[in-house]
Design a binder for this molecule. Structure first.
Ligand code: GLU
Ligand code: MG
Length: 385
């Protein structure tokens, strides 16, 4: 934006439907704003970007619904700049669903549940995830814009409640190299009124033709979508090819879909699919907007996603992946940004202003990372040459 003149002032107009008193801050309410400049919707405001994408669907009489699944860590800062799980006793070899550690965070988790319920979120489940100090909380799916607003409210509440308890709430994608990372899976379905457009005819298993075409679009644009869905340097420590340092991390690396296949980028389910690529550093509005653009492109061009893969893709080598005609997700932020730059459909969804600024900032982030010398490098090289 220019520094002077009518377009120099970026302001928000509150969306009255989002007005919500905050239970953890009595006397304070939150309202979600849409960005405006010079009385016009600001083209680079992420919520406006999503509204534009959803309007394209509405033009066809369609509505997108998403269920966004946040995984997160509860951490504390240790001595000498280290980070560790806030619960020092949380150290099972296989911590998934750890029922002994879960109750130690009951105060936080219970208060979070109560708080979100008071804000109108339908909290469905809470569990201990697959890493030390890692949890997941799920709330009911809904209209796509509302789901993003709800996720942001969840994050605001979780940060505040953790901080009040001397902990740090973290949605960093991969805080610990030897532990699984945090995903932000999206369950995606398309509706015409109350008719689910992704539900297959007949026995209802699998996806309809529109669902398959939408998935094909998401897979065709998967590398560029990564730039929005996994937008940090750290994101690519999660989306790694092959076994991670911690064994199975359940994060995808292969651009593929499969029925109930959690090792693929897209897991298909009756009437919906789960997009497993995003992590919690993503801006949910931009991730959803670009997902819509990719899916619509699949429908418009009548793309075919090919047969669903039933195999465990975590065991496939890159050569096997290629032999099956499949691709891998970008393995670095830099690679994802290259893909974004070359993908007209995804760039169009973001708009010129946002695309250019996003690429500039994210390229700078990559360069800054590349300039740093990590402890791993010192350990490997310092005495070696
Ligand atoms: N934490 C895993 C990820 O990074 C996902 C685990 C799960 O399937 O719930 O995507
Ligand atoms: Mg999970």
């Amino acid at each position: 934006l220019p520094r002077t003149g009518p377009r120099s002032e970026y302001y928000a107009r509150g969306d009255i439907h989002t007005l919500q008193p905050l239970p953890w801050m009595p006397g304070v309410a939150r309202i979600v704003g849409d960005g405006f400049v010079d009385s016009q919707p600001f083209d680079a405001c992420p919520r406006q970007v999503l509204k534009r994408a959803l309007a394209r669907l509405a033009g066809r009489g369609w509505q997108l619904r998403t269920g966004i699944e946040p995984e997160f860590f509860l951490l504390q800062r240790g001595a000498g700049g280290t980070w560790q799980p806030a619960d020092a006793h949380d150290r099972l070899d296989k911590p998934s669903y750890d029922l002994k550690s879960l109750p130690r965070q009951m105060d936080f988790l219970h208060t979070l549940h109560e708080t979100l319920s008071a804000c109108g979120l339908d909290v469905l489940q809470i569990d201990h995830e697959d890493a030390h100090g890692q949890y997941e909380l799920n709330f009911a799916y809904g209209e796509a814009l509302l789901s993003c607003d709800r996720l942001m409210l969840f994050k605001q509440a979780a940060h505040a409640l953790a901080e009040a308890r001397g902990m740090v709430f973290s949605m960093m994608p991969k805080p610990f190299a030897n532990q699984p990372g945090s995903g932000l899976h999206f369950h995606v379905s398309l509706w015409q009124g109350e008719h689910g457009l992704f539900a297959a005819d007949g026995d209802g298993s699998g996806l309809s033709l529109a669902g398959r075409q939408f998935v094909a679009g998401v897979l065709a644009h998967a590398p560029a979508l990564c730039a929005l869905a996994a937008p940090t340097v750290n994101s690519y420590k999660r989306l790694t090819v092959g076994e991670s340092l911690s064994g199975t991390s359940w994060a995808p690396a292969t651009i593929a879909h499969g029925p109930n296949n959690r090792t693929a980028a897209v897991r298909t389910l009756p009437g919906r699919f789960e997009w497993r690529v995003p992590d919690a550093s993503a801006n949910p509005y931009l991730a959803t907007a670009t997902l819509v653009a990719a899916g619509l492109d699949g429908i418009t061009r009548g793309l075919d996603p090919g047969p669903g893969i039933g195999a465990d893709l975590f065991t496939w080598t890159p050569a096997q992946v290629r032999a099956h005609g499949l691709g891998l997700l970008p393995q670095s932020l830099d690679e994802a940004l290259d893909a974004l730059e070359g993908d007209e459909v995804v760039c169009d969804a973001l708009g010129e202003t946002l695309t250019q600024e996003f690429l500039r900032l994210k390229r700078a982030e990559w360069v800054e990372f590349a300039r740093h010398v990590s402890p791993w490098e010192l350990q490997r090289y310092a005495a070696a040459f």
